[in-house]
Ligand binder design. Structure first.
Ligand SMILES: C[S@@+](CC[C@H](N)C(=O)[O-])C[C@H]1O[C@@H](n2cnc3c(N)ncnc32)[C@H](O)[C@@H]1O
Length: 567
């Protein structure tokens, strides 16, 4: 029988990646079965689906081997197979003569369509580098993650409708290193993906980038987020991607329907609450008007109020501050103050409207095309948009482990001094209205070990293009809320997304050491330390602790947009 040219082409594309057709065959067969013999989704994007499926199959095979091994380090089963390749029945037959490797390729396969190995990555390999280094690096993270998996609202937002997969189970990033030459010279194959790159840039990227990961989210978000290193000399980030916050241990987060009273939701609504002539109960938090426009953007007026100069915020001062307690349980210092912040309240599960309701923006998850990239200014990895964004666009939430401040303090104290910490955020936007908070109610988010894409957002003093806003998504309890990033201005494609962490570079008492700021802002607050060795600690803090419940802090020194990292 004459070979099916589509099969031949698919094998050829995979062979260019060093994958033999014997290895590809079962994967292709299963894909054809899943897609009901429809080749289009398989051929799309230079066989992207096939490549993904192949690596996933390999990964799962490896996991299965590990599972069957007598000693298992991760103590449990790994991700279930996306494709059921164990099924030996040949439901789809591939009309390809696989007795020979010498496939007669159709001439029309354009060379540039084949995903090629990176040519420059060799230069980047240090002597003695383990060819599976990046693979291992990401595996290591996996082993620590399971014990922390008490998910809060941990459901997968989207899976393109094809497969069900456990969202928190880590999967290897799509980067493979292989021995390519008989002289054992190690050469890296970067399985580049085209999705987030302009077409003409794809081939260039494949030639020139040192690392390219197709999707750091492991399929757990609605959109893929790639990672690209065009510079070299930086290890791949070590962390476990989670799309939703996870309780680490002691945090008290009560997400029960019983907590939501009828007045706090719109059970009588249906469809889209934004289309109502009279806004429903869910708009009360924002003064009887929804915070979002029908296009899903934050209303300019609301945004401007949130962007007020930090000095214009009202501050509350606790009588018994949990933050100070976490630093010194027996002799806590006086409260340094917490800004009173505006909240967005989205419709929640008891509401009658549907998921497409315009008042459900943050809870629908990521929607923009984003990319993690290695910055040229020496800030490490950063986050950029791959599309033009209007002002008020929702970017992502800050997702991490929910810790009590006590737990965070201990974690920081126990971590090595050379460990790069992402900046945790304290969820103190409404501490003033609560009674004295118990330790398990004084919470923060830490994305250092488990987090989402927000952990890559770098700091920029004063004129950052993102702002973080507290959002009630599923509980009226204000000691736990979501923190969402929105653009404060129009942002062009390929611009870095930044956020003002609220660092006081003069604070030397904070447990997390400050970095030397390379934000490049004309209003950089770290100017005086430029060129000096950094020894200071970071944090936003007020200089004037007052033992009162609520104070106007105009006379205090503050450097924050509000939701500051641990302070
Ligand atoms: C939340 S992480 C951001 C992602 C980080 N760049 C990375 O590679 O994972 C915070 C860390 O990024 C670096 N960073 C962020 N903003 C910076 C800035 N403006 N200047 C220098 N380093 C910065 C610091 O090392 C800081 O500890």
């Amino acid at each position: 029988m004459a070979p099916d040219q589509r099969v031949v082409k698919a094998f050829k594309a995979m062979k260019a990646l060093g994958i033999s057709h014997e290895e590809v065959k079962p994967v292709l067969k299963e894909l054809l079965r899943v897609y009901d013999k429809n080749w289009e989704p398989i051929e799309e994007d230079n066989y992207r689906t096939l490549i993904d499926a192949y690596f996933e199959f390999k990964e799962d095979e490896r996991a299965e081997r590990e599972r069957k091994a007598p000693v298992s380090h991760d103590g449990g089963r790994r991700a279930t197979l996306k494709l059921n390749l164990a099924d030996e029945d040949d439901q789809i037959s591939l009309t390809m003569d696989n007795s020979s490797d010498d496939i007669k390729m159709p001439l029309e396969v354009p060379v540039h369509e084949v995903i090629e190995p990176s040519r420059t990555s060799m230069r980047n390999m240090k002597p003695g580098t383990n060819p599976h280094e990046s693979h291992t690096m990401l595996s290591e993270v996996k082993m620590t993650s399971n014990s922390l998996r008490m998910a809060v609202g941990d459901t997968k937002s989207s899976s393109e409708g094809l497969y069900e997969e456990p969202i928190c189970e880590p999967r290897h990033a799509y980067i493979q290193r292989k021995n390519m030459h008989s002289d054992h010279c190690k050469k890296e194959i970067v399985k580049s993906k085209t999705e987030n790159l302009p077409q003409q840039g794809v081939a260039q990227c494949q030639m020139e980038c040192f690392h390219f990961l197709n999707d750091i989210t492991k399929g757990s978000e609605r959109v893929k987020i790639s990672l690209i290193d065009e510079i070299g000399n930086e290890d791949l980030p070590k962390f476990n991607y989670i799309p939703h916050n996870i309780i680490y241990q002691s945090a008290n987060v009560n997400i029960s329907l019983a907590r939501i009273v009828d007045e706090d939701c719109c059970s009588d609504c249906s469809g889209d609450c934004l289309s109502l002539s009279l806004p429903c109960a869910c708009s009360q938090e924002t003064g009887g008007e929804f915070a979002y426009t029908p296009r899903g953007l934050l209303k300019e007026e609301f945004l401007r109020t949130c962007m007020l100069d930090p000095l214009a915020h009202r501050y509350v001062y606790c009588h018994d501050c949990p933050l100070e307690r976490s630093k010194n349980e027996y002799k806590p210092e006086a409260c340094k103050g917490h800004p009173v912040r505006k909240f967005i309240k989205e419709c929640w599960r008891k509401c009658g409207c549907d998921m497409q309701c315009g008042n459900r923006v943050v809870q629908r998850g990521l929607g923009c095309k984003l990319q993690v990239f290695l910055t040229r200014e020496g800030k490490g990895w950063g986050l950029r948009t791959l599309e033009d964004l209007p002002m008020g666009s929702f970017i992502c939430e800050y997702v991490g482990e929910i810790l009590t401040n006590m737990e965070l303090y201990e974690r920081i104290m126990n971590s090595g001094s050379d460990e790069r910490h992402t900046y945790p955020v304290t969820l103190d936007a409404d501490w003033g209205s609560e009674r004295v908070l118990k330790d398990e109610e004084a919470l923060c988010l830490d994305a250092t070990y488990n987090g989402n894409v927000a952990r890559f957002i770098n700091h920029r003093c004063s004129d950052a293009n993102l702002i973080d806003i507290p959002v009630e998504v599923e509980t009226p309890d204000r000691h736990y809320y979501h923190l969402a990033f929105f653009t404060t201005t129009e942002v062009s494609a390929y611009e870095e997304l930044t956020w003002d962490y609220g660092i006081d570079f003069d604070d030397h008492d904070h447990p997390i050491q400050a970095f030397q700021c390379r934000c490049g802002s004309p209003s950089c607050r770290d100017k005086k330390r430029k060129g000096k060795k950094t020894t200071g600690k970071r944090v936003r803090e007020l200089s004037k602790p007052i033992e009162a419940t609520e104070v106007d802090p105009h006379s205090t020194t503050v450097g924050t947009t509000g939701a500051k990292p641990y302070s």
